[in-house]
Every structure is written in C-alpha cells, then in structure tokens.
Design a protein around this ligand. Structure first.
Ligand SMILES: *[C@@H]1O[C@H](CO)[C@@H](O)[C@H](O)[C@H]1NC(C)=O
Length: 595
C-alpha cells in the first residue's frame, strides 16, 4: 500500500448500491460509515437519519452503545499509567467514612490492574456472603475483561435518576450497590461472560478516584486531545451539538405480518423511539458520537509503535495502549464465526485474527441504534459503522464492514464468510421466540400438562426482589389471546426438539405454534431498559416468560425466562422464582410477594 493512495471505497457506486440494498433488506433507515486506511480517512452517510427526509451524513450523531467500553478501559489505563493515584494497601472494615485518598500515604500502593475494586469502592462494592473471596479479590482488570463470574443482570438496572445535579454519579453508584443482592453464575476468572453492570462499577470507581464525572474525564484525557468534538456521554450535550442526532427507530414486523402480501409504503413499518437517557449506561454504553470522531479514535489506537517517540505526550502512551489490546479472556467457540479462530477479550475489545491479520472489534447497541468498530493495527486499516435501529443496525454494519474488509484484502467472493446469512438466522430465531419459548425452556415438561393449582386471579400481585425490584403481575385482558380448550400441547412428543413447530417467524399466521398464549403479564417501566414480561402457562406452577423491550417491542431484543410460583401452606401464592436467560442462565431470582 502506498501511503494515502488507496481509492476511496465509499465513493464507489457499487458500494453505495450495496449499502442501500442492505438498509432496505434489514429495515434500517440509515447508516454512516468511516474507513481509515493508512493516512486516509473516508466517511459517507447512506439513507435517512430522521424521517421524513433528513439524510445521514458523515457527521450525523448516533448512540454507539457498548463501543463505549473501550473508552472506559482506556481511561483506567491512563489513570494507572499516570502514577497519580494511590490506594490504601489494606482495607478497614469500619472505614465507611474515610475515602481512600484521605488515608495515610505510608500505607498506600499505586493504582494498578490488580487493585481490588473493593479497595476503591468500600461499602459500595459488596457481594453476597457466599462470594467473599470474589468480593475481596475482583479487580478492575476482571471487570473490564468480563471475567468476574457475573452475568448481565441488565433487567435489574435502575432507571437514571431525574435530578440532573447528581446525574452520572448516583446512577452508577446505585447499580453498584445492587450487586450485593445478585447471584454470580461462575467462579471468578474462569469464564468470559458479558456484563454491562461491571463496566458501570468501573465507571463508579473512576468517578470515585477522580471526583469528576466520567464524561468530563473522557473529554479531558481522550476526546479533546484527539479532536473528537462531536462525542458525548450525556444526551443533553449531544442535543446541543452542532451535529444532528439521528432519530432511532424500530421496524414493526407484527404489522408486516398482519398485512401479508400488501405492498407497504417504504417507511410505513418504522416506529420512532424516544431518545434514551445515558446516566446509568455511562461507561458501559453511554456514548453518542459520529463516525468521523471514531475514525480519530481508531487512528489513535493504531499508531505505529515508534510514532510515540516523536511526541512529548501521546494521548495514549504505548504501555497504556498495549494493556488495552492485550487479550485476557477466552471467548466461547461460537465467537469464531468468520474469523480464523474463536476470539479473545482484551479490555473493551474483542481480539482475533482474520486471514492471519490481527483484528480488534466491538459492537454496540442501544434501544434503537447499533454501531460496529473494526481495526487491523498491522494494516493501519479500520472501519466504523453507526445506524439507527437496534440489532438490525449491527447486521447492516457487519455486512458493510466485512464487504469493505474483504475487498481491501482481495478475498475472492467464494471464500467470504456469509455474515448476512448468520444474521438472518438470528433474526428468524428472535422473531419466532414467542412460539418456540415453551419448548425451548421446558423440553421435558409434563405432557399433557398439569393444571395450575389456583385460579388465574390469585397469581395477580406484586413480587419484590431487592435488586430486580417489583414484578407487578396483571391479567392479560385480550381474550383472543387466551388458549382455547385443547389448543395446547398438540403432538409435542417428549424427546423431539420441536424446533420446526413454531414456524419460521416470518410466517404471516398471527398465532401458530404449540401451547397457550400468554395469560399474565408484568410491565416494568422504571428501569434502564423498560420491559414487558408475558407469562405462558406450561405445567403446574411453571410458566414460560417471553420478555420484550417496552419501547422497542418488535421482538428483536427479546429474551426468555423460566418462572415458578410458590404456593405457601395457607394456599396463597407467596413467591415467584425467575431464571432469566440472557446469553445463558442469569441465576435464580426469588421475588417475595409484597402486595
Ligand atoms: C413495589 O410495590 C409495592 C407494593 O405495591 C409498593 O409499595 C412499592 O412502592 C413498589 N416499589 C417500587 C420500587 O416500585
């Protein structure tokens, strides 16, 4: 490659057509793309930022979700490298009043990757009694490489506080304090398990160390020196920016199904989603930015090793950067996909190789946005995409990024990985979930099912868990969704996996599949990600729960849970046990009936 002499791949008409076709096929209004190649940066927008007609440009702002994590890790790396932060070398169990910095320096050790989180956060970082070792030993490095043993517990994340004075401080502190009620699902440091909550804990730790809001620290240490003036960690700041924030949308597949065969207006299925607050998402997923700024970030990450020597104070000194890009945790076999081998997780980055080239990547998703970032440090090559739907934006981003990468590397068409096919399978599985849930969650259920012990109304009530808070169960009013007698459990032989029974989810039939429809529901609006739980009876006191986002109810962000009601000796429902399944079991959460 001659420096800066590559042709702009985004200017190519063929690529534009490819991008517009991907937007249409995945039902995404618009996407912005930036490519960094050697000395060159190119950026383009395709499609619509805000209906009816505001186009996406290279400077359009988007929520970038979990691509934020790399910045959070970078801040920790910079704080460590600065040598300015010290931690008391022993913790006193009665130290609720003393902040770490006020302790005697004689007993201090410098902040480093091995610093236990508990030393930084004291009473705020308390785990359940059975995790005493983890409580004392989990480090910033563990949290930043998803190896703490904790699952997501995203549904326990509180809604951001409305008081703006404390905004950004109280949210992550509150999240951290909920950990004391939450189960882990693995021993510490044995398994990779993606956990947003732990990045919120790190955000709280950073703010505790610096006494400054994380967004201010990111601006001071990274965004300002890198010229990233269109990058924000607070919605109000993004709304005041010169650049325009794209509206977020979801595509209503139900609507599409209820008018099968009808030719729809191009934009008719899009529903706008209100802008989300970011105070809780914080260092786990709170950034709003554009592809041009992210191109600057990639340049910083891909600096040649010897370039630093020319500079008095590089933004990300060599050692700080090296730490970020060093693999810590082995990811599961499925992470291989189109790469050479399964990926590893560094600090806020997936790391692997593709055709022998080192590659770092991370996706990000918010309610109605999706971003993808890739860079190949040895090639000086990187791609960023940002778009305005949840999940399908990542499908578009992955497809466009890999087209650009494969074109750049000259990979023959026949040898390219089918990213679109992989995404399509995921989409179909998600859309079919309401119909496949019972079989998926309870393959060994009683057949025919046992009846529940109490009338449906007796299950209505409020059930409380100190971290997950209230699940308030009500009846589903719509009688058309109730099971007709004998409609349930047709011919689902035990031992068959039933995977074909629910249809493929794209089918126009409104209610195919086995089992009764949902009879109970709980609307959970007071959370970072407001959700609706729909309960379908399975057998006895066991229920299948289909969960969807309240503001983005098109099933693509849906999840499943198992539920069992507990009936006490007095013949009354007294508790509800739920096992949420997001990327595997999140442990059993016991809600006690409070009303
Ligand atoms: C939970 O529900 C109980 C009973 O209805 C109510 O008193 C309480 O305020 C609720 N708590 C929250 C956090 O919503």
């Amino acid at each position: 490659m001659e420096e800066g002499k590559e042709a702009n791949p985004l200017a190519d008409e063929g690529f534009r057509a490819f991008a517009l076709e991907a937007l249409r096929r995945w039902h995404v209004p618009g996407v912005a793309v930036a490519v960094v190649d050697g000395e060159s940066t190119w950026a383009e927008g395709y499609g619509i930022a805000t209906f009816p007609s505001t186009p996406v440009t290279s400077s359009t702002l988007f929520y970038t979700g979990s691509t934020t994590k790399a910045f959070t890790a970078a801040i920790v790396s910079l704080l460590i490298a600065s040598g300015k932060y010290s931690i008391p070398s022993f913790s006193s169990s009665t130290s609720s009043s003393s902040s770490p910095s006020s302790s005697s320096p004689a007993f201090s050790t410098p902040l480093d990757w091995q610093t236990p989180i508990a030393r930084l956060l004291g009473d705020d970082f308390v785990l359940m009694g059975e995790y005493e070792w983890a409580n004392a030993h989990l480090t910033l490095e563990d949290a930043l490489s998803h190896r703490t043993g904790f699952p997501r517990h995203d549904k326990a994340l509180p809604k951001p506080s409305s008081s703006s004075s404390s905004a950004g401080f109280d949210g992550v502190r509150e999240v951290t304090r909920r950990l004391r009620f939450l189960p882990a699902t693995a021993e510490p440091r044995v398994r990779w398990r993606y956990c947003n909550l732990m990045f919120m804990v790190v955000s709280h730790a950073i703010q505790t160390l610096t006494g400054e809001w994380l967004g201010a620290t990111m601006r001071r240490l990274l965004w300002a020196p890198l010229g990233m003036h269109a990058t924000f960690l607070r919605l109000e700041d993004a709304l005041r920016a010169r650049e325009q924030l794209a509206a977020g949308y979801y595509w209503d597949y139900q609507r599409q199904r209820s008018h099968p065969g009808e030719q729809q207006e191009e934009n008719e299925g899009f529903v706008e989603v209100p802008f989300a607050d970011l105070d809780v998402a914080s260092g786990a997923g709170g950034i709003i930015s554009n592809v041009l700024d992210y191109a600057q970030w990639l340049r910083c990450l891909m600096r040649e090793e010897d370039e630093d020597e020319d500079e008095d104070a590089p933004v990300l000194p060599r050692e700080a950067r090296r730490q970020l890009l060093t693999a810590r945790t082995v990811m599961p076999p499925e992470s291989r996909a189109g790469f050479d081998a399964p990926l590893a997780y560094a600090l806020g980055w997936n790391f692997g190789t593709y055709r022998g080239h080192r590659v770092f990547t991370h996706g990000g998703g918010m309610d109605a946005y999706g971003a993808e970032v890739y860079f190949f440090p040895d090639l000086g090559y990187g791609v960023v995409t940002m778009a305005n739907t949840a999940l399908t934006s990542n499908f578009v981003g992955v497809e466009l990024a890999w087209k650009l990468i494969d074109d750049r590397l000259g990979v023959p068409e026949g040898e390219r990985f089918d990213w679109a096919g992989r995404s399509q399978k995921m989409l179909e599985r998600k859309l079919a979930e309401p119909e496949t849930a019972v079989q998926e969650l309870y393959p060994d259920r009683a057949d025919p099912p046992l009846p529940r012990q109490l009338p449906l109304e007796d299950y209505v009530g409020t059930y409380f868990h100190p971290a997950y808070r209230n699940v308030t169960i009500e009846l589903i009013a719509d009688p058309t969704r109730h099971p007709s007698p004998g409609a349930d459990e047709h011919a689902t032989g035990m031992g068959t996996n039933g995977k074909t029974e629910g249809g493929n989810g794209m089918s126009p039939s409104p209610r195919p599949g086995p089992g009764p429809g949902p009879e109970l529901k709980a609307v959970r609006s007071d959370f970072e990600w407001p959700t609706v739980f729909e309960f379908r009876h399975v057998s006895g006191e066991f229920w299948a729960v289909v969960i969807d986002l309240l503001k983005v109810p098109n099933r693509l962000n849906g999840q499943l849970a198992r539920a069992e009601f507990k009936i006490g000796v007095r013949g009354r429902v007294e508790a509800l046990e739920m096992e949420f399944l997001e990327e595997g079991s999140e442990g059993v959460i016991a809600f006690q009936r409070v009303a």
